[in-house]
Design a protein around this ligand. Structure first.
Ligand SMILES: [Zn+2]
Length: 96
């Protein structure tokens, strides 16, 4: 499987989970706005998790070295120069 298909695979799996949640909530007469919010939230979490699990090796993560700072940059498919740029950006971002 090529790396270009992984995001689409993750999105498809996420959409299925979101649809499953939406169908279950609709059968309990949950309002449409709440159903939509829950389905999108579940789809987003599944997409992020699947992408990290399935395509975890394809991404490079640069974290801010400041203690307690949670800033991070995740890149994929970049050349060495661009990768270095994001590494420097993560190490020296304006909002610690
Ligand atoms: Zn920071």
């Amino acid at each position: 499987m090529t790396a270009r298909l992984l995001p689409w695979l993750c999105l498809a799996v996420a959409a299925l989970f979101g649809l499953a949640i939406a169908l279950r909530l609709r059968s309990h007469d949950v309002p449409l706005s709440l159903t939509l919010a829950c389905a999108l939230a579940v789809a987003h979490v599944v997409d992020r998790t699947a992408e990290r699990v399935i395509g975890g090796r394809a991404w490079t993560t640069y974290r801010c070295p400041a203690p307690g700072c949670l800033f991070e940059v995740r890149v994929r498919g970049v050349d060495a120069g661009e990768s270095r740029h994001w590494q420097e950006t993560a190490a020296n971002h304006p909002t610690h």
